[in-house]
Design a protein around this ligand. Sequence first.
Ligand code: ATP
Ligand code: MG
Length: 409
Amino acid sequence: MALATPIIACAYAEIALKGRNRSVFLRKLINNIQSALKGEEISSVKHVESRLLVNLDDPTRAPEVAAKLKNVFGLQWISPVVAIPRDEVDPELREDLEANEEPRLTKVGEVACALAEETRAGARNFKVETRRSDRKFGLTSPEISRAVGYTVHTKTGLPGKMVGPDLVVNVLILKENVLVFSEKIPAYGGLPLASSGRTMVLLSGGIDSPVAAWLMMRRGSRPEFVHFYSGRNLDEADVEKIKELAGILARFSPVPLTLHMVPVVPYEMRAIGTVEDRYDMVMFRRFMVKTAVRLAKRGSCLGLVTGDSLGQVASQTLPNLGAISSDVDLPILRPLIGMDKMEITAWSKEIGAFKTSILPYRDCCSIRSPRPILNAKAEDLLEYSEKMNLDEAVAEAIENTVRFKILPC
Ligand code: ATP
Ligand code: MG
């Protein structure tokens, strides 16, 4: 029996816990799925009994569609399924029950066998797991598992194994269909992108900030990116690397994103001769944060995101983090603050950014003074800001900012 899987079933994660505004999140999730699958021939995306069912016109595209769905935040897992209409299952069950015979569920069993053969040729044992969304089905979940398991065992010869089986055949009883599937592709969970407000992400060319951006995107925030480059003009900056990092993140977004490229020269011209060497790094951070806040407000972003990790480098000591942003009136979100570099690197690889992040790049932070102060005081930074006219530096930097539209790469 050759199987076509014209439906992909998706389970959503945290949205299930939402109360009254659950439908708002669901609508967003469905829109995001539709955007992610633009270009695929999809006849519908339906919400059916706590699952989202994506109906494909071309079943051979199932693997590609599943891969695209993996990048849609809000989904917990994704499965190509075989759907058997209930009117092909119920009459036989009714007959068996009326005749007082052991229920067979032949059709479900046959599909389960075909799945076992098609998807896990090397499996040495199996288990059937059943869930009933329609509780009025004539059998309990264990009874269904037993009936389907019996067919799989007699037809394939595979023994059942309840703990750690090679193959799990899942049966899900819905009101109109029985879904049978063996593959459960884990997705990233979280909340649908653009359901939690916008943020301005300070994106460096390194490993950390793309991961920070991704983690906040997974919480539903739609990002804009800002990158600060050294050099007299954009030609001297490695724009392509930053665009590529932003493009990798855009793979997880249903809409194109924006990247702001900001020159650091306006800061440098005013800091030279005014800001002591050991204060340069923290003052420079302050310049970045202040500029990012201005851009954020213009773009209706409600917070900043950085890749700071406590104590990772001198500018990220607790006193410095506090002093840099003592008078900032937007929340600064730092999703990596408690993570170590190994964890961050693992995420970087998972999201596909690592290879680009480690390409050589002359970041403007790497050319700052090598011995920065570790416990800067807010008052001192405010004083330096006055002396060097930081506000003017920020205004000039913003005037010379260039914006790019970022598509997935
Ligand atoms: P990353 O932290 O991304 O690996 P990094 O380690 O070179 O890069 P840090 O010195 O740790 O950067 O900087 C801490 C944070 O400050 C970054 O995660 C990023 O959010 C922000 N940042 C640093 N440099 C830049 C830059 N040139 N443009 C925009 N943001 C920056
Ligand atoms: Mg870092």
